[in-house]
Design a binder for this molecule. Structure first.
Ligand code: E4P
Length: 232
């Protein structure tokens, strides 16, 4: 399963991209509204940092404006995927943008019925929101199973697990066969943590420190980084 980062923060994308685990990113109006500065510049920098698809969302309730905004967002960078909210207007805009060869991520999908419509309209990604389903006491795993099954024969559309709140959500998405999950930086950082990893590292370091000659051996084995020669 590919991992996207769900954020509007360039700094977060740069930090997490350095781990080598990211294949793309998603933004949304709420995430971008938390950041200072020009959102277009942020989207461009995020595109450069992840070197993969980056969703940028239209904010309108009519199809004509969605199409115009979608084309404009696409012009920001070749990696931009246009994110369109689900609904009759969103479906119509998706069909138009997809017909122009623009990748569309249909967002705010909460049922298999909606997912089928999004896929038929030409969505490249169908974003199913797990956390927001859990918030209203709907079993998000059961809904995701239905969506994954419903889209099995929709070859062009990929289920994108979104509104991820915990590492458990990420594992559920992978277990159910979602090709992509978009994950906030906070959850990606939680995925690093296991007490046995921390205690294992502490034990290795303590055992190594008990034999200083081994530390010297590794130090001598390891080439020093070459110092930059000052320009003359
Ligand atoms: C997906 O693309 C959305 O940006 C995001 O996952 C929404 O998550 P939230 O429900 O935590 O706001």
């Amino acid at each position: 399963m590919r991992l996207f980062i769900d954020t509007g923060s360039v700094a977060e994308v740069r930090e997490l991209a350095a781990w080598g685990v990211l294949s793309g990113a998603t933004t949304n109006p709420s995430l971008l509204a938390r950041e200072d500065g020009d959102p277009g510049e942020a989207i461009r920098r995020i595109c450069e940092a992840v070197d993969g698809p980056v969703s940028a969302e239209v904010v309108s309730e009519d199809r004509e404006t969605m199409v115009l905004q979608g084309r404009a967002l696409c012009g920001l960078h070749e990696h931009v995927t246009v994110k369109v909210p689900f609904g009759a207007e969103g479906l119509a805009a998706t069909a138009r943008l997809a017909a122009e060869g623009i990748d569309v991520n249909v967002t705010l999908v909460f049922s298999a019925a909606q997912a089928l419509l999004a896929a038929r309209a030409g969505a490249r990604y169908v974003s199913c929101f797990l956390g927001r389903l859990d918030d209203v006491a709907v079993d998000s795993e059961a809904v995701l199973i239905e969506i994954v099954h419903a889209l099995r024969s929709e070859e062009a559309a990929e289920v994108l697990a979104a509104s991820i709140r915990t590492p458990g959500h990420v594992v559920t998405a992978a277990r159910l066969g979602c090709p992509v999950a978009t994950v906030p930086a906070s959850v990606l950082r939680q995925m690093l943590v296991h007490p046995l990893t921390a205690s294992g590292i502490a034990r290795f370091e303590a055992d190594w420190a008990s034999r200083p000659e081994l530390a010297r051996w590794l130090d001598e084995l390891t080439p020093r980084p070459r110092l930059a020669v000052a320009a003359r």
